[in-house]
Ligand binder design. Structure first.
Ligand SMILES: Nc1ncnc2c1ncn2[C@@H]1O[C@H](COP(=O)(O)OP(=O)(O)OP(=O)(O)O)[C@@H](O)[C@H]1O
Ligand SMILES: Nc1nc2c(ncn2[C@@H]2O[C@H](COP(=O)(O)O)[C@@H](O)[C@H]2O)c(=O)[nH]1
Length: 394
């Protein structure tokens, strides 16, 4: 596509990636310049990304994965560790102001190989130590759904269910969008190819998968996400950036499992037999090291539920693992940023004497295609020693 348009030259001269202007920033990482923001003449709803490859002297329009931030009245961009760009949106609510564009993370490198194209991926930044999602696996009929329903009924404001996609037909009482998103195989395969799924697997002859949107919807509602997925899915999530707590539910015996599957009465004989055959392999795989953090036996339902609550810190004997949400610090609508080591100093342009905001990015967890957690934000007095230390580091 040739040379960078003259229109962008002002921004392209800004090699350190710290400049903010009304609509677009340029951040240099290696031989690539990432132009982030509104592209002149285009009217997309989300922030655009285009790359100028210095070696090949050409523009590249990358495949953009993850949920994208909406357009705003400008932003600041800061390169982090050479593999991510931190975006601070102006004019935005605190919960929607920090985003991360991954340009060379493990997830992005893996996706580049799969899609055989240039890839970048968005991840929304979360302030504070939010709760890990919970992955629950176990053979069909062991009682995963029953335990999850009990948890959601007792703690409706704490937990949200990740509604999976499946190609299997709905059962009598199942509602589309509530129990599953029931879908055609061809549609689901295309969405998988387009990077819309966090994980997917073929289970008992049908395709099942967790979309990024399903997990995002729970996080957007401010709840802790519960995923009911098979062992293959759990393995994929373990390898992803989701950083969850993994729980495997075991049956007391194969006879009891068969009894439960049959008494549920939802499967035809052929399916029951298939699910029982698969159960042995699933239990075996579930035990393999490195996937599950906890194993629970679902013999007596009440007992198992009590143990589930105990390990989640909800039984009153241990401190609840559900932490209060982080203190809200309003970012100034218009600001400039300065990076010092793992801290980003945000100063409002309107009232220089006001407190400054420090964003600590030293303990980031997770990332695309989900959220980046562990961002810490605090205010400092503009005359404090801490501020001087940060400035000296920059
Ligand atoms: N501890 C238990 N004792 C007896 N019956 C149980 C117990 N736990 C669950 N059940 C019953 O077993 C049946 C299967 O449970 P459930 O549907 O929750 O299993 P599941 O693991 O979610 O299965 P699937 O993976 O097929 O969705 C249900 O009828 C449920 O009421
Ligand atoms: N890998 C995934 N497995 C999933 C997902 N959603 C459900 N499941 C698992 O499928 C079986 C069968 O479920 P059923 O509703 O047909 O009985 C069960 O083990 C679920 O845990 C998913 O998104 N990904």
């Amino acid at each position: 596509m040739g040379e960078a348009p003259a229109l962008f030259v002002d921004y392209l001269q800004n090699g350190c990636g710290l400049k903010s202007n009304c609509c677009q920033t340029a951040t240099v990482i290696g031989s690539k310049r990432y132009l982030i923001g509104k592209t002149v003449g285009e009217s997309t709803m989300s922030i655009d990304v285009r790359i100028f490859d210095e070696c090949r002297r050409e523009w590249v329009i990358p495949t953009v994965l993850g949920k994208k931030p909406e357009q705003c009245n400008g932003h600041s961009a800061v390169s982090l560790n050479g593999d991510r760009i931190l975006i601070i949106r102006k004019d935005s609510l605190p919960a929607d102001s920090i985003w991360i564009l991954e340009v060379d993370s493990k997830y992005v490198r893996d996706q580049k190989k799969v899609l055989e194209t240039e890839v970048v991926a968005w991840s929304k930044g979360v302030i504070g130590d939010t709760e890990k999602p919970i992955v629950i696996s176990g053979p069909s009929g062991v009682g995963k759904g029953t335990l999850i329903s009990m948890l959601m009924k007792e703690f409706p404001s704490m937990f949200g269910f990740s509604v999976s996609h499946t190609t299997r037909a709905p059962r009598g009482m199942e509602q589309n969008g509530v129990h599953y998103h029931f879908t055609e195989r061809i549609v689901m395969e295309k969405d998988i190819k387009d990077g819309k799924f966090l994980e997917f697997a073929s289970v008992h002859g049908n395709l099942y998968g967790t979309s990024i949107e399903a997990v995002e919807a729970v996080a957007d509602a401010g709840k802790r996400c519960i995923l009911d997925i098979d062992v293959q899915g759990a393995r994929s999530v373990r390898a992803s950036s989701l950083e969850a707590t993994f729980i495997f539910i075991c049956p007391p015996s194969m006879e009891e499992l068969e009894k439960r599957l049959r008494s549920r009465g939802t499967e035809a004989e052929e399916q029951v037999l298939k699910r029982l055959r698969n159960a042995e392999a699933e239990i075996e795989q579930g035990k393999s090291p490195g996937i599950f953090d906890h194993f629970l036996y679902n013999d007596n339902l009440e007992e198992c539920y009590k143990n589930l609550k105990k390990l989640l810190g909800l039984d009153g004997t241990t401190a609840p693992t559900h932490r209060p949400s982080a203190k809200v610090v309003d970012l100034p609508l218009n600001h400039t940023v300065l990076k010092a080591d793992n801290k980003i100093l945000i100063a409002g342009s309107e009232n220089a004497s006001k407190n400054l905001i420090v964003l600590d990015v030293s303990l980031l967890i997770g990332g695309a295609p989900w959220r980046t957690r562990g961002l810490h934000i605090f205010e400092v007095d503009s005359s404090s020693d801490c501020l001087n230390e940060i400035i000296q580091l920059s």
